[in-house]
Design a protein around this ligand. Sequence first.
Ligand code: SF4
Length: 189
Amino acid sequence: MGIEATLPHDSMMTTQFNRLVNWARRSSVWPLPFATACCGIELMATACSRFDLARFGAEVMRFSPRQADLLIVAGRIGIKSMPVLQRIYMQMAEPKWVISMGACASTGGVFDTYAVVQGVDQYIPVDVYVPGCPPRPEMLIEGIMAIQRIIDNDNIPKDQAGKRLPLNVVVQPNYDPANQPVDVSIGAT
Ligand code: SF4
């Protein structure tokens, strides 16, 4: 959109092949939402017009693991549903990424019971932890951008045997809440 108008028709560009692949990958992250509870609503809000995840090329939610490279776990995970989550993770093709969104996914949150997994990283490798109950959409976007920065630099961490290591990035809750753009006070005239 516009770049072909500013460049001469017979121009050419040189780059490294892996830079081109990384650029394409980070510009088209396809998330798989594993949303089980209230954090899923914030995940939906992230894709809506006010926050517009499409600005970062990551709005194409896929519900097949074969078509997704970013697993977003949003909400509490029961012991009984953990095998489903593991299977979905294993069915995703490499390179793949995992975001643990919210206190419940990362630690079990307030649900300190035998039926709730006390942190999905006990079962699948988590790359980015997004804290909060629920996290705001800006924080989820920050988590996705952290993964995009890693993809851009192509520094996927691996151990000596070539096994993929989780990134262990934690998003810091450092945003300043902005005022509502529209007055929502009840009874305003
Ligand atoms: S972290 Fe809070 S908002 Fe998210 S699923 Fe748990 S209780 Fe709901």
